[in-house]
Structures are given as structure tokens and as C-alpha cells.
Ligand binder design. Structure first.
Ligand code: APR
Length: 311
């Protein structure tokens, strides 16, 4: 079997870390793509990472380019092209500029990589994944947004810290859009099988939910120059790995809904199975009335952002 080819669109902070993780996990060859003004940066990162493969003993070939044609034949594309947030900005503030960028990326995807499995990371996530799907004319199984894995990871980290338990044993599910009104489903969370709601008092759990919702902003405020990149990269790589190795992991991610949850033509964060067929299945959950209210609010925000794209 030929080695997998993974195209990274955007060779910035997340792009560089994606390449590192992909090489270390030996998932395949990597092409780091960026615009001509950043071609040297993409090539420099690729060279540095190629030298790392000697030390790590991994077989990945890593190259940098500003020529999209070099991505042809990619099995997976991970898209991080676009501006990150600066302190005080919401993800929605990035819409106009990042829509322009995703439009350019989508046209290139359509021309050069129409069969790749596409994982979108650029923000505002739920609108950017919709724009890529629409403009590139992709099948719904072929395009997914990375948010739920990251939001759930943040929630798990805060719970593990509060209870002094291994993060591995904290199971959590965060649904909805990748915005400040995302929906952490505390009722579905457990620690080694013990319901989380029996371990953490309501007000402390509310504080964790609130910190999760603002988890990205907390890091932006500390970094001052951009947004989070290590955990976002790891989250996207876990999704790429599930596709490439047909792991059929069930993870929260932004998938196109066609009737599920009573919604149509909208990407929302829901549990989905990712395997060789791409987004193979969306799982529906019955929500309690309070969860339903949070979900509706999140759907509303995503709809507003998507409507602003005029697609
Ligand atoms: N095609 C490809 N790459 C592009 C394009 C384009 N049309 N336009 C911009 N880029 C590149 C930039 O040149 C930059 O190198 O995208 C890269 C983005 O990298 P960073 O600025 O370091 O941003 P990063 O932290 O990686 O975040 C990227 O992911 O989580 C989201 O909110 C975040 O939207 C942001 C995106």
C-alpha cells in the first residue's frame, strides 16, 4: 500500500504542530502549503521537521510549498488557513477575512483535491466548514469541522484537575457550535464510569462549564499574539488518524445535519463516527429541556454566522 499523503493548508502555528504530530505518529507524508508570502516559512518548517525525522526515526517526507498543485492526490487535508484571534476578539470577528481565505482554499480544493477527506480548523469553525463544503462542492461524508474533540478535551482537563484523577478516565461530551454557547452535556459525563454530576457540586460544575466555553479565549488572553495551537493540532490529528486507519472512533465534531436533531443544511457539533468512509454516521441524542434550550441557542448563533457568509 502506498504511503498516505496529508496536505496541511496553512503552515502557521497549528500547521507546524500538525506536521510534527503526523510525522511522529508515522501517518504519512506531509505537504505544508501556505500563500506565496509565507512559502519560505512553510519550507523552513518542512526542512526543520525533516531533520527531526532522522532523530525520531520516522519515515515521513515533509515538504513546503505555495503551489497547490503539489497537494494533488492528498488523502487528507487539514485546513488551518486564516487569521487567529487576538485578545478581545470573538471567533465571529474573523468571519469576513477568513471567509475570503476559505473561498480561495475551497476553489483550490475543488480543482486539485476533490476526493480528499477535509478537516476544517479555521474559525469561525461552523461557518468555515459550511463554506468549504458549499464552495468546493464536497460530499457531506468528506468534510468535517474540528471543535468538539478540543472543547471536550478542555472540559476533561478541568474536571481531571478538580477531582485529582487521571484525565484518561474522564469522559465528556461537548456538543453544538464552537462558540461561547457550546453545549457541555454534564449529564453524559463520567469519571471511570461514575456520573460526574455525583462527584462535583452544581456550582463548581457550572464554573467548569463556563471555563470550557471560554477555554479558547483564556489562552488567547495569555498568549496575546494568537490562539491555542497544541491541543487544536492534536485534536485534528486524532480525527485524521481515525479516517486513515479506519478506526471508526465516535467523536464530537461538526458534521452536516440532514434531518438529524430536526435540522437541515447546517454543520453542528454532534457525535459522529469517523472511518474510511469519512463521516460515516451521525448519532442523535435525546436532550433534556434545559439541554435543548442550550442547543437551540447554539444553533441560532451558528445560523446567524452562516447567514452572514451569504452562501
Ligand atoms: N491559503 C493557505 N494559507 C493561508 C491563506 C490561504 N489563502 N491565507 C492565509 N494563510 C495562512 C497564513 O499565511 C498563516 O501562515 O494561514 C496560516 C495561519 O497560521 P497562524 O496565523 O499561525 O494561525 P493558527 O494559530 O495556525 O490558526 C489558524 O485556526 O484555530 C483556528 O482561529 C484559528 O482561524 C485560525 C486558524
Amino acid at each position: 500500500m502506498a504511503r498516505h499523503k496529508i496536505g496541511l493548508i496553512g503552515a502557521g502555528q497549528i500547521g507546524g504542530n500538525l506536521a510534527l504530530l503526523i510525522a511522529q505518529k508515522q501517518l504519512g507524508d506531509v505537504v505544508l502549503y501556505d500563500i506565496p508570502a509565507f512559502e519560505d516559512a512553510a519550507k523552513g518548517k518542512a526542512l526543520d521537521l525533516s531533520q527531526l525525522t532522522a532523530v525520531d526515526g520516522t519515515p515521513s517526507r515533509i515538504t513546503g510549498t505555495s503551489n497547490f498543485a503539489e497537494l494533488a492526490g492528498a488523502d487528507v487535508l487539514i485546513i488551518t488557513a486564516g487569521l487567529p484571534r487576538k485578545p478581545g476578539m470573538s471567533r465571529e470577528d474573523l468571519l469576513a477575512k477568513n471567509l475570503e481565505i476559505i473561498t480561495n482554499v475551497a476553489q483550490n480544493v475543488k480543482q486539485h483535491c476533490p476526493n480528499a477527506f477535509c478537516i476544517v480548523v479555521s474559525n469561525p469553525l461552523d461557518a468555515m466548514v459550511y463554506a468549504l463544503y458549499k464552495i468546493a462542492g464536497l460530499k457531506k461524508q468528506q468534510v468535517v469541522g474540528m471543535a468538539g474533540v478540543l472543547d471536550s478535551a478542555r472540559f476533561r482537563m478541568f474536571v481531571a484537575e478538580a477531582l485529582d484523577v487521571s484525565i484518561e478516565d474522564v469522559h465528556a461530551l461537548v456538543l453544538g457550535g464552537h462558540g461561547d454557547d457550546m453545549v457541555p452535556l454534564t449529564r453524559q459525563c463520567s469519571v471511570g464510569g461514575v456520573p460526574l454530576t455525583s462527584l462535583i457540586p452544581g456550582d463548581q460544575l457550572d464554573a467548569i462549564v463556563n471555563r470550557t466555553r471560554k477555554g479558547g479565549g483564556e489562552i488567547v488572553a495569555l498568549l496575546k499574539t494568537g490562539s491555542a495551537f497544541y491541543a487544536p493540532a492534536a485534536s485534528a490529528v486524532s480525527m485524521a488518524e481515525s479516517y486513515l486507519l479506519d478506526q471508526k472512533r465516535v467523536v464530537p465534531c461538526a458534521a452536516l445535519l440532514e434531518g438529524e436533531y430536526g435540522l437541515n443544511n447546517i454543520f453542528m457539533g454532534v457525535p459522529a463516527r469517523i472511518g474510511a468512509g469519512g463521516v460515516e454516521k451521525v448519532y442523535e441524542l435525546e436532550l433534556t429541556p434545559p439541554e435543548q434550550a442550550m442547543w437551540a441557542k447554539s444553533v441560532d448563533s451558528v445560523r446567524k454566522t452562516v447567514e452572514a457568509t451569504k452562501l
